[in-house]
Design a binder for this molecule. Structure first.
Ligand SMILES: NC(=O)C1=CN([C@@H]2O[C@H](COP(=O)(O)OP(=O)(O)OC[C@H]3O[C@@H](n4cnc5c(N)ncnc54)[C@H](O)[C@@H]3O)[C@@H](O)[C@H]2O)[C@H](O)CC1
Ligand SMILES: [K+]
Length: 487
């Protein structure tokens, strides 16, 4: 499990640790880890060209001490002192090791130095960064992003808000972010996640001083431990029977894709309930699904026993859809709502006011309609709005995006690291709903079921995509392979 913290949480922990260490010890631990990570990226350190961008705070100090170590191993280091002041200890160390200091930050000299560098170290701003990058840092970030060399961000890519991943204006795009003490939330949440590259954690002894996590990211081991293990007695009710109410006269495909996600993720049985056309489409594609054809406006009373419901993909938002939605939500079973069910709930908030476990799986636009928060505000602060929605709506929120976030009141949000932009193709959300319904029916609580569903969905997309445009059915078809890789 990868855990991450806000800048404030890190600072509090660092202060407690620094009080027990000699002056500068923490920085030297950080710099040693940073230098080792940089050296590991170079075919050889001796003779390699390193450009280090130095800000005016301790982020710059880390960078200078690490650059001094590389210079001491024969790297040809140029330092650009971009801040209003410079960490004197680090600067002295770099000079003593033979590093050079470039003149001011006139962009041609920097562009030339960046263009010939094998490695560029971004030591402009770390967890002390606030707001959009000011000049000359913004211009330097743009130069760095235009160069072919490997870019290593010190602690946090400059321009990324370490506490939430927000980026406002220019930001360094790193191949590797070497972060100290503990991972920062902003390295795992878009758009910050997209700027961070690979995140490598350097242990500087902060562990004992860290509070509860701000966010958690599940690894494959965590998911493997949470997924239901099919026992010997593979009774369908032990593996979970999921009911799916999806599809309408206009959208039969959504019903087929939702059932696909449920069947391919190992449901003990899928009971599909819908009107004639989607029911026929599901029957033709998935004969193993048990079909109940509903009359217009009919509820789900005639559907056999299920242990969880999926409601909404392609359902439509007319009175018939509302009637069947009310029928599903009136029960005391776990329900996963997506797509049109969310539109119905936006129009009729009482639909979500239920005691039984409820998960919603909106993308930013659907969450905007549910909460009234403008979509661009949600996109700019995904973690905050996912948490707020979970709190105000009293449900588990799975906020879709290339960094999917699972938020539930009173528990640290979980972020999914297997996401991929490929998932933004039509129908993949239906497959996710099917996976989620299967896990709820298998007995996982909403928090675990949503986290594992997001993980499996993203992992399947990566298996299916391998660079080609992705079809939703490819994601469903890749699920058994992902499940096997986790056992
Ligand atoms: N504190 C510790 O024990 C350790 C810290 N480590 C490293 O230190 C940084 C945090 O250092 P700090 O001096 O607090 O702040 P920064 O260096 O990150 O940046 C502050 C610096 O930057 C200027 N600044 C802030 N926002 C902007 C902006 N938007 N545009 C331009 N300039 C900006 C501000 O004026 C200050 O001058 C941490 O990340 C670690 O890298 C050690 O790693 C461990 C010990
Ligand atoms: K940085």
């Amino acid at each position: 499990m990868r855990i991450a913290y806000t800048s404030d949480q890190i600072r509090t922990a660092e202060r407690a640790l620094m009080a027990r260490l000699p002056e500068g010890a923490l920085m030297r631990r950080a710099a040693a880890g940073l230098a080792a990570a940089c050296a590991g990226l170079l075919p050889r350190v001796y003779g390699s060209r390193v450009l280090v961008l130095v800000g005016s705070g301790d982020n710059g100090g880390d960078a200078l001490y690490a650059a001094a170590t590389l210079a001491g191993r024969g790297a040809r280091v140029d330092a650009l002192l971009a801040g209003s002041r410079t960490h004197q200890g680090g600067l002295a160390a770099l000079r003593a090791a033979g590093g050079r200091v470039l003149g001011g930050s006139e962009s041609e000299a920097v562009r030339r130095a960046a263009g010939r560098a094998d490695l560029i170290i971004d030591g402009l701003v770390g967890i002390g960064g606030t707001g959009p990058l000011r000049e000359p840092y913004a211009a330097l970030a743009e130069i760095v992003n235009d160069t072919p060399g490997i870019v290593v961000a010190v602690d946090v890519p400059s321009g990324v808000d370490a506490s939430n991943g927000q980026v406002d204006g220019a930001a360094v795009r790193a191949d590797l972010t070497v972060t100290f003490g503990a991972c920062k939330t902003g390295l795992f949440i878009d758009p910050g996640a997209g700027q961070s590259g690979v995140v490598e954690l350097v242990d500087i002894g902060l562990g004992p001083y860290l509070p509860d996590a701000d966010v958690v990211a599940l690894t494959d081991l965590d998911v493997a431990g949470l997924l239901p293990r099919p026992g010997r007695e593979s009774d369908k009710y032990r593996r979970g029977v999921v009911g799916i109410v999806a599809g309408g006269s206009r959208f039969t495909g959504a019903a087929v894709m939702t059932v696909a996600g449920a069947i391919r993720s190992g449901a003990g049985m899928v009971r599909y309930a819908g009107q004639d056309e989607p029911a026929s489409a599901v029957r033709d594609r998935w004969p193993e699904a048990v079909i109940t054809t509903l009359a217009p406006g009919e509820g789900v009373d005639r559907v056999g026993r299920v242990q969880a419901w999926v409601l909404g993909p392609g359902l439509g938002t007319d009175d018939d859809a509302l009637a069947v939605a009310e029928s599903v939500l009136a029960g005391d079973l776990p329900v996963a709502l997506d797509a049109d069910a969310l539109t119905l709930a936006a129009a009729e908030p009482s639909l979500l006011r239920r005691d039984a476990p409820t998960v919603i799986t909106p993308h930013a636009g659907e969450l905007s309609r549910l909460t009234g928060v403008p979509r661009q505000d949600i996109e700019a602060a995904r973690l905050h709005h996912a948490r707020e929605a979970a709190r105000t709506l009293g449900v588990t929120v799975l906020l879709k995006g290339s960094t999917t976030i699972v938020a539930e009141p009173g528990r640290p949000p979980r972020i999914n690291l297997t996401g991929t932009p490929w998932l933004a193709s039509a129908g993949t959300g239906d497959v996710l709903s099917g996976i989620l319904g299967t896990l709820l029916a298998a007995g996982l609580d909403c928090y675990d079921a949503a986290s594992c569903a997001a993980y499996l969905h993203g992992a399947a997309a990566r298996v299916a995509a391998d660079g080609a445009p992705l079809a939703a059915s490819d994601v469903a078809d890749a699920l058994p392979q992902v499940a096997r890789s986790l056992t």
